[in-house]
Design a protein around this ligand. Structure first.
Ligand code: NDP
Length: 505
């Protein structure tokens, strides 16, 4: 019922700066639709001049509009109106999100767009429901914290869940009183551009939210380095995160928060409450978005007694994934974002097989017209330290390792570099809690896997999976800095000093 014809979707091809769409003059970029390989749009990227224009407009908007200093409920009201407008345009927004990305329409309509709307509302409400502290001091002193926005926040987001991951940045940053310049992935800028236009329609003052189209190498890097940017929030690969952090360190020592890659384990003990449910969770975690999810549970670590049974159930389920274009409602296995991405996944799987890995199912990329897909792949007997165990594949590829006892299971679940998320499946509460506290991961799901639509919980990794949280109140708080104001009162001073002298005796 919600399948759509991709050619009917109109795409904005310009940056959005100071409340208006703006032609860029940088190098031309072709955006291809992953589902049929067609060129969907050609745009020019935002060069340094446009980046400067956007950051300057953001700074001036902050001064002019009083956004940071007005009553927080005024910000909340704008966020509410913005959410209502996005809701009104939900279907169009879902199509816009699906047409050039790997997100199937069923998921953008049921999940990505509704969650983005909820993020606008949630962070609008945070605006006046968080407060500073007053510290315990002598009576003649008041020491308190005032929270204030940083100023202009640069937000950089990836292509894999474009709308949701971008909204998880700009919604809290704006609600906290900042202005935002967002650089979404060059492959998927369209939903963010529409969000910016709707923000202005909702009454957000011009210049507070700007969206730049362009590559990371040029537009993204120029944005991070711009002297007018006071805070950088980034979601993407660990490698790019390091480059962003370096740029931020060398151009003003700006604070950064980084949501980076992962290689998450699904640790399944023999006493897992329901193997059928576990199989469902493992299978959907690797097939959803065709594995192109940062918290994809791509390493199954399972106790030997139940390994065969679980594996058979997982294989049965992954085989039901239906490949197809993102604009078909029936699709549950979308295309990979690009051919280089598919070639990389193929190389990693081939290398694992050459080193003795055994395929239980899948193992091949395949084409449908110009769209490239990857078969859901389950591979056992993988070599410790191999690329398929160490690196993100960003395809529907699951490795399987078995263990005999608790310690062995935890050791296999540990990853030398990443610490984004982990799943633990057991009916023993002691074991679940012990494992949840031992595994080095920023998010641990017990007898569950994957983010629910509930946005109240913070999400973010440890180690090379980054630092700083998106989602939850924690994300709002990270976009404010704390100022300590220390006030010595004049009147009661003499009495207080006398009291201090008394105590000192
Ligand atoms: P990339 O790191 O390639 O790119 C992320 C963003 O950074 C894009 O907008 C990109 O622009 C931009 N960029 C690239 N180089 C620079 C630079 N030097 N300076 C500033 N910006 C730059 O990641 P992908 O887009 O390929 O996304 C997939 C990655 O994101 C995976 O590793 C995944 O695990 C991670 N991710 C992490 C999440 C988390 O919450 N921890 C959530 C989702 C994804 P462009 O692509 O346009 O060139």
């Amino acid at each position: 019922m919600h399948s759509f014809a991709p050619d009917t979707v109109e795409l904005d091809r310009r940056s959005f700066v100071d409340g208006n769409f703006l032609e860029n003059k940088g190098a031309p970029i072709e955006v291809h639709r992953p589902s049929d390989g067609k060129i969907a749009a050609v745009f020019h990227e935002a060069d340094e001049g446009v980046v400067d224009h956007a950051v300057t407009a953001a700074k001036e908007a902050l001064k002019r509009s009083g956004w940071a200093t007005a009553a927080p409920r005024q910000r909340a009201a704008v966020m509410r109106r913005w959410a209502a407008l996005v809701e009104k345009h939900s279907l169009a927004m879902a199509q816009l999100e699906s047409v050039c990305s790997s997100r199937p329409i069923a998921e953008t309509l049921e999940r990505d767009v509704p969650v983005a709307i909820e993020l606008l509302r949630f962070y609008g409400e945070c605006a006046d429901k968080t407060s500073g502290e007053v510290f315990e001091t002598p009576r003649d002193v008041w020491s308190l914290t005032l929270h204030e926005p940083y100023g202009v926040v640069a937000a950089i987001s990836p292509w894999n869940v474009p709308l949701l991951l971008a909204t998880a940045k700009f919604a809290p940053a704006l609600a906290a009183g900042n202005a935002v310049v967002l650089k979404p992935s060059e492959l998927t800028p369209f939903s963010a551009l529409r969000m910016a236009a709707l923000a202005v329609e909702a009454g957000l003052p011009h210049g507070l939210f700007n969206v730049l189209v362009g590559t990371g190498q040029h537009t993204g890097s120029a944005l991070v380095r711009h002297p007018g940017v006071s805070y950088v929030t980034f979601t993407g690969s660990t490698r790019t995160g390091a480059a962003v952090m370096t740029d931020a360190a060398h151009h003003g020592m700006k604070p950064v928060s980084l949501e980076l890659g992962g290689k998450s384990p699904q640790l399944v003990f023999a006493d897992a409450p329901d193997l059928g449910r576990v199989a469902e969770m493992v299978a959907s975690s690797i097939t959803r978005n065709s594995g192109q999810i940062c918290f994809c549970g791509s390493r199954l670590v399972v106790q030997r007694d139940v390994a065969q049974n679980l594996l058979e159930r997982i294989v049965d389920r992954v085989k039901t994934a239906r490949p197809g274009p993102t604009w078909s409602e029936a699709t549950t296995l979308p295309p990979l974002i690009s051919m280089p991405q598919a070639e990389r996944a193929q190389r990693i799987v081939d290398q694992a097989r050459a080193a003795g890995g055994e395929l239980v199912c899948g193992g091949q990329r395949f084409m449908d017209g110009k769209a490239v897909f990857f078969e859901p792949t389950v591979i056992t007997n993988v070599q410790p330290g191999s690329e398929v165990l160490r690196d993100e594949v960003f395809g529907p590829v699951l490795t399987v390792q078995t263990f005999d006892n608790y310690e062995e299971g935890l050791a296999l679940a540990a990853h030398p570099l990443y610490g984004l998320s982990a799943g633990i499946h057991t009916s023993d509460i002691d074991k679940a809690l012990a494992a949840a506290q031992s595994v080095e991961a920023g998010v641990v799901w017990v007898n569950a896997y994957g983010r629910s639509d509930d946005i109240v919980s913070p999400f973010g990794g440890f180690k090379q999976s980054g630092f700083g949280k998106d989602f939850g109140v924690a994300a709002f708080e990270k976009y404010r800095r704390a100022r300590n104001v220390w006030i010595r009162l004049g009147q009661p001073r003499a009495a207080a000093e006398a009291a201090h002298a008394e105590i000192a005796k």
